[in-house]
Design a protein around this ligand. Structure first.
Ligand SMILES: [Zn+2]
Length: 278
């Protein structure tokens, strides 16, 4: 499937972090109470050790980051942008060493290791199947596996890297993505907009895209993600959130749909894990 070929070198290790909650318990409470105002959840970002922290949490050889992505910086950005929670994806800088992402001050709710490249071999299939049994969403996709293991939730990163189509071939790829909405277990991340758009901030060429994705999948199958810290030099962390509002305004998208995209979908999707986290 061409739609996703270039991604998933990163093994997603999902965990929720809420900037103001000190304990898992508080986090669980905050999401199961069905608050009147939805929480804003960033469903795609990475953190890695600062150079100072690297003595304790070493980078994988040759994977020294060239921009800051430490937890304190993230929390500061989230605070400024008014983002309440985050779904952290294991960064390549620490390869398979999850100790930084799972350190004590990040409330770990689930740690699953999924490697996209291996998904169609026996081990990959076993992981994919097990993820379904454990109710753990998998951050990549493959149509064959969706048919074979319908109970495993699949998250498509960054609109499956479908840029606004410039020709028939690209249009076809995008329609294939929309076709995946026939699998109710498939969710689309409206994330890393700077990677998908062909224009500058606020990436308004993605309005027709978002409109079609929401029509096909439903807003309750679309989740926003920033791709912090890569987004910071692009349009700033705050800009990542603002862009979605500006894009949605152009459609225009009902505010209830926007609420789903900005946090409700993620909260619902990961609620079972939040509830079962001890
Ligand atoms: Zn990413």
């Amino acid at each position: 499937m061409t739609v996703l070929s270039s991604f998933s070198v990163v093994a997603p290790n999902h965990c929720f972090r809420f900037r103001s909650s000190a304990t898992t318990n508080t986090i669980r409470m905050s999401l199961t109470e069905t608050p009147s105002i939805s929480k804003i959840i960033d469903s795609h970002l990475h953190v890695w050790a600062s150079p100072q922290e690297a003595s304790k949490f070493p980078y994988s050889p040759g994977q020294e980051p060239n921009l800051p992505g430490h937890v304190d910086f993230l929390l500061q950005c989230m605070e400024e942008a008014g983002v309440d929670g985050a779904l952290i994806v294991q960064p390549i800088n620490h390869k398979f060493d999850h100790s930084y992402v799972t350190r004590m001050d990040i409330a770990l709710l689930d740690s699953t290791l999924i490697c996209g490249h291996l998904m169609t071999n026996e081990i990959g299939k076993a992981i994919f199947k097990r993820a379904g049994e454990l109710n753990v969403p998998v951050g990549f996709m493959c149509m064959k596996l969706c048919t074979e293991f319908p109970s495993t939730v699949v998250l498509l990163d960054h609109l499956a890297f479908c840029k606004p189509p410039l020709n028939d071939e690209e249009g076809l790829v995008f329609s294939k993505l929309l076709n995946l909405s026939r699998f109710p277990q498939v969710y689309v991340k409206f994330s890393a907009l700077f990677r998908v758009s062909r224009t500058k901030f606020p990436y308004l060429d993605l309005s027709p895209h978002l409109s079609q994705v929401v029509s096909s999948f439903g807003a309750n199958h679309v989740i926003w993600g920033s791709d912090f810290p890569f987004v910071v030099p692009e349009c700033g962390y705050k800009g990542a959130k603002e862009a979605v509002h500006l894009i949605a305004n152009q459609i225009p998208l009902p505010s209830s749909d926007l609420e789903w995209i900005m946090g409700k979908t993620a909260a619902q999707l990961f609620q079972s894990q939040l509830s079962s986290a001890k």
